[in-house]
Write a protein that binds this ligand. Structure first.
Ligand code: DOR
Length: 427
């Protein structure tokens, strides 16, 4: 099967306007050139839009198995494709938790039949994410899991984290950490700051995150493992990670679009579409996150796509679960609010969504080069859009960005040579 993409543009260091054509043969990129003369089975006119490597999101929640009323592998990966993502890594806070060989194998089988884009599942660090018994990291690492995490909860004791890191180091897989010291969360539901006081809601102190990262970077140094920090949200966390990198510790980190674009001031009322963990922090934190991304302290962007049912999210800050969706809005929001405002270049944004996560986790994706899987995303940078949660492919409508005006929209997503999303076919 030969698929030819004609009349596209590609990003180049000289200009955005370089003409580009790509020939895909048997799901791989066979040729990249200015004008490819070949008889293809299918030809797509890219209409002068910008062709990018498929986006990679190492932090999403698909909810299946066990939470299918919130999302399924099918709906979550359709949402991913619409957002331009061709590789997504699924967090293990499902029911059952992928914490043994059988549950991982059954998850991989479901992914095989259901997924519209590539899904790389995590396995848990502790059994049932309970923090009381470490999983068989060595055995699980041979089952095709992406890395190990207890995302949703922090690992509370240094002893457990150290043991897990030592085992992970021996396998070459990363420990990916949701950092939260429960002893200083105090039942908080939003950032402990000006707005929590005004709204009378219990606050989550910044320290609950940074103190655990500080512990973990020292443990990672001792264990010699790759330690990756999920959804960094505070300026102190950025500082600790920056210092650890300077000391030569193998630490990497991600930040979400919402922590880059919003802060506690966005929370005007008791609306749980602004409730996520970690919470939206202070303005100074938001600024430190962007500075950290720009100077390489934070390696890339991940959405933490966390769908929940509408009735659950209607319960307000005290009753609703943490989390917001992100796959279908990430690129447009970031292009509009970081690139168009000249806070970063388009090349930087693309790198944070493609080649950087690939490099950090040694994935053979994230580039447009001959010989690798044809994972490609076409974006129309001129197209304007008003975000409409009711049009999401995701079952989750829990977004604080409903009705935001954005520009720059993924219009075609090709995952391993197959069309996973094409705008005109879905409108
Ligand atoms: O906001 C969040 N939602 N943070 C997490 O760590 C977990 C996630 C979820 O699973 O809903």
């Amino acid at each position: 099967m030969k698929l030819l993409l004609k009349n596209a543009k590609k990003l180049s260091s000289a200009s955005e306007e370089e003409t580009c054509e790509v020939l895909i043969v048997d799901n791989k990129i066979a040729e990249v050139g200015k004008s490819i003369q070949v008889t293809a089975d299918q030809t797509i006119d890219c209409e002068g839009n910008l062709l990018l490597p498929g986006f990679i999101d190492v932090h999403i929640h698909l909810r299946e198995p066990g939470g299918e009323h919130k999302e399924t592998i099918k709906t979550g990966t359709k949402a991913a494709a619409r957002g331009g993502f061709t590789t997504v890594c699924a967090m293990p806070n499902t029911n059952p938790v992928p914490d043994d060989v059988q549950s991982v194998r059954s998850l991989l089988e479901k992914i095989q039949t259901e997924a519209e884009v590539r899904v790389l599942p995590y396995a848990a660090i502790t059994k049932g994410l309970q923090g009381t018994e470490i999983t068989d990291i060595s055995k699980l690492s041979q089952e095709g899991v992406f890395a190990f995490t207890d995302d949703g909860v922090g690992i509370q004791t240094a002893d457990f984290m150290l043991q897990a890191m030592k085992q992970a180091a021996a396998t070459g897989k990363a420990i990916v950490a949701h950092c939260e010291d429960n002893s200083i969360v105090y039942g908080g539901v939003m950032h402990d700051g000006e707005v929590s006081k005004k709204l009378g809601l219990p606050g989550i102190p910044s320290l609950s995150e940074s103190v655990q990262i500080a512990r973990d970077v020292l443990l990672a140094e001792a264990a010699g493992c790759h330690y990756h920090v999920c959804h960094v949200s505070t300026k102190e966390s950025v500082r600790v990670i920056r210092d650890a990198k300077k000391a030569g510790i193998h630490v990497t980190a991600e930040v979400t679009p919402h922590h880059l674009l919003l802060d506690e001031m966005a929370v005007k009322e008791d609306n749980a579409n602004y409730k996520m963990n970690p919470p939206l922090r202070a303005v100074a934190d938001k600024e430190a996150l962007l500075a950290g991304l720009l100077d390489g302290t934070i390696d890339f962007i991940a959405t933490d796509h966390a769908p929940h049912a509408e009735d659950e999210k209607a319960k307000g800050f005290q009753g609703a679960p943490f989390g917001i969706v992100g796959l279908e809005t990430a690129f447009s929001l970031l292009y509009t609010h970081l690139v168009q405002t000249e806070k970063c270049s388009l090349q930087q944004l693309v790198d944070w969504l493609t080649v950087r996560p690939a490099e950090v986790f040694n994935l053979p994706y994230g580039k447009i080069v001959e010989g690798i899987a044809a994972d490609l995303t076409l974006v129309d940078l001129k197209k304007q859009n008003k975000i409409n949660k009711n049009s999401f492919f995701s079952k989750g409508k829990n977004t604080p960005f409903h009705e935001w005006e954005v520009q720059g929209v993924p219009v075609l997503t090709i995952s391993e040579g197959k069309i996973a999303y094409k705008e005109d076919e879905h409108e």
